[in-house]
Structure formats: C-alpha cells, structure tokens
Ligand binder design. Sequence first.
Ligand code: HEM
Length: 475
Amino acid sequence: MSTTPLDLNNIQGDILVGIPKKTQTYFFFAIQDTTLFRTALLALIPFIKTAAQAQADQKSIADHKLKGLTTLIPMTGTQIAFSNAGLTKLGITGVATPGVADPNSDPFLEGQFKDSKNIGDAGTGPGRDFVPAWDPAFGNANIHGVIFIGGSDHLTVDAELAKTKLILGLSVKEVIQIRGDTRPKDQSGHEHFGFLDGISNPTIIGFNDKNAPPGPKPVDRSVLLTGQPSTSNPGPAPVLVDGSFLAFRYLFQLVPEFNQFLKQNPINGDSELLGARMVGRWKSGAPIDVTPTQDNPDIGKDPQRNNNFFYSGELAKGDQTRCPYSAHTRKTNPRADFTEHGLADQLNQRRIMRRGIQFGPEVTTEEANNNRSINGRGLLFVCYQSDLTKGFQFIQKTWANNPGFLNTAVDSNLKPIQPGLDSIIGQNADQARGVVGTDPANPDGSLTIPRFIVPQGGEYFFSPSISALKNVIAH
Ligand code: HEM
C-alpha cells in the first residue's frame, strides 16, 4: 500500500476526481507524423487538466451552488489517452498488463477489437479472425489516441476543441468524433433507461476516504493508478507512474424497446419494480436492497443513504427476495457476497472508476409510440483501473457475461443455483439472455431478457501522467 502523498499535479483530472461536464466531445485520432505529433503534444500538455485543477473546478461549482446560483460557470477540461497502436507508433514500450505473459492475452496490447469476442460482443468469423458488428471507425488498431474535452456547454467545449485541433495541425487525422451530453432537466445524471447513474464509485485511502459517505470500503490507489511504488516494485517505469488504463465502450441503448419489455413483464402489476430488480436500484437511485418494494426518491438523492447497502440480509436466506443476484449492481460489485466469504481483498481489486456520459437525443413520441428506436442513443462508457484484466475486462467477462456467477448463489432451499447473466450488460454474442430471480414471489424463476444494449465500438487506452507525457511520450 502506498503512503506517500498523491501528486495531484501529475495525475490527469478525470481519473480520481472527475472532469465536471454537462457535455463532452471525444476526438479519436490516428497519428500521421510522429515528429509533428511530439511537438504538438508538448504545446498541448499545459491545457491538460490535472487532478488538482479538476478539484478546484469542482469546488468553484459547489461554491456557486451554495450561493444559490443556478447558472453554469463556463469551463472545460481536456484529457488525453493512447491505445497500444498509438504508443507503438510513437515507439513507447513498457505499457502492458503486469503479469500477463502472452501479449495475445493482454487486452491493452491486443486492443479491444481483438478482445471483443472474449467480452461477448456480437460479430462474425472464427477465433482470432472474429470481426465485431461495430462502427467501422473502431476497426482493429485504427485509433491511436483520444482527446476528450468535457465542460459546461457546447460553445465553450467547441472553442476548446478548435484550439486543440489547431495545435495538433497535420500531426493527426480524425478517425471519429463523438459528442456526449447529460440528459435534460430532472433526468440530468440519469442514463437513458432512466436510472440515476454515477453513484457508486470507489473512494481512495488517504485521498477522499475521510469524509466519504457510508458505502463500500475505500481502496488502495494502486487499484486505479499504475506504477505506484510498492515494496515489491520500488522503482516503477516512469511511463507508468500515476497513469491509468481507460476502457472506452460505445454502447447504444434500445430505450423504447426496454420500456416496452418492462410494460409487458410487470412484477405483480408493477413495471417499475422489474426495472429496479434488473438494475439493483430504482430510477431515483434508491437501492432495492434498502427499499425493496417501492421507490424512495429521498433515499435516492441522499449520499448518506444511497450507497449504504451490502446485500447482507440476503446471505442467510439466499432467496433473492430483496435483490436478484443478476441485478446489474450486484453482478458488478457483489459487496457482502464477497466480503462475508473472506474475499474482501479480491473485491477491492475489481473496483473501477466510472466516468461515462450519455449520448443521443431523448426518445421521440414516434419512437415511444412504436416501441422502436429510430435515433441512436446510449452511454459513452468510460472506466479507469490499473489493470484491465482485473477491472473492466474481468467484470464484463467473468461476472456480467457468466451465468454461473455468483458461484456462491443459492436458491430458496439453499441449493446452489446459476443466477444468469447481468440483466443490463450481460451478453454472449447474440444468444438469449437468461436471468434468475427477477420476481421476488418466485425467486427461483427465470426470465429471458432481450438485448437492450448494443456495443458499437470501443478501445482500451492508457491515460499517462503529465510527467510521462512530457518526459517520455513527447520526448
Ligand atoms: C452501476 C447503468 C454499463 C459497471 C450502475 C448503475 C446504473 C448503471 C444505473 C447504478 C448507479 C450507480 O451505482 O452508480 C449502466 C448502463 C450501462 C452500464 C445503462 C450500459 C449502457 C456498465 C458496464 C460496466 C458497468 C459496461 C462494467 C463492465 C458498473 C459498476 C457499477 C454500476 C461497477 C457500480 C456497482 C456498485 O458499486 O454498486 N450502472 N451501466 N456498467 N455499473 Fe453500470
């Protein structure tokens, strides 16, 4: 465990703190000329927001709100990250998953295109020739890096992006540009299915654990940051120090179809209850483990109560009455299912920092009336971790897509059961998605849920520290 103070001027702002954003543009690029790019990067580094600066931005927003002001303070935060293809093009070595001997098994080195079959995306072709059914922009090793700019409004972010593109000049070419926007009015902070998101992120020992609201135990910084000195590795490579791996996923959500499914499969007449039992929280954010039969928006918005649950009441009975094992939050962070079985350390290794944003318009009347998506909308999913094989890749593959997980799950007679896939993100190519326990009156019963999330691309990136950008990558 590291005890030296974190260098908040060295770590990019999104990883531990979060860039405040109402909107965010992702500019995915391919490097055209490495010499030009290094020069451009040196000029760009002063505009990359650090953790210390992101903290200052968050504080000015909080102070502004305390004064009762509702206007937006114009601000932006620029971040940069590189794929393995980008680092290779720049001749940078040494960024890889620790302990993975075969480069073909390292998600960062092989890239997400090659990993897509492994994480359950639909596509065609055998073995390593598999081609995911993605937007072609995310083709194999197409993307060398991403610059993403979050901020208060389109005008301010667009101006920052124009400045950035001017700095980059002909050193890169655009592969694809995607804009994310938080949803309007009372849906702000809610993802497109309607559920409040971004509640449960890890707190970090010695950084923000002191006054943290009650919830899962804080984790060591090395869960999120690479290259943290330890007794076994006192001198990590400079390129790794204070960096983080970033998993990006371009996830489309079939919202009218999801809503129709809930309407057609109410639990005891209640469609909202089915949705809540698929997610593990009500739309307000209130955890069903705390309030299992009806929503309680006061709990949903109260940080003292909205993350203070552990599925502990389920362990003795094992009947999934309060929360199905297949609920998204329980699959992706099984809390007491692990800690009560002596697996607290393992659980902590699997925490990820989620920083996504929604994209696409609200559902139109026509789409709602026909229960069919016409416009593309969904989540630009982003998460950080120090090791993709312990974080994103593991959670998606070994937990969400695995019908056998939790392997300690039992039915109402305490007999072992297969809980089924994660009701929201679980996927196995185009196969039907079976889940168990959505109906509390029939906790051992199963339900087949169509796919409502369609991955259209993604890549694994490395988000270097400011010093690594200056002294290694731009060098
Ligand atoms: C939590 C939605 C994709 C991992 C949540 C929550 C919602 C949600 C509503 C509860 C709010 C919260 O605790 O912050 C979605 C949707 C997705 C999606 C709609 C796709 C469009 C993913 C993916 C992963 C993931 C791809 C990782 C593989 C998590 C984790 C939590 C979470 C770790 C926190 C669980 C906890 O600590 O209780 N998600 N999510 N999500 N999600 Fe997702």
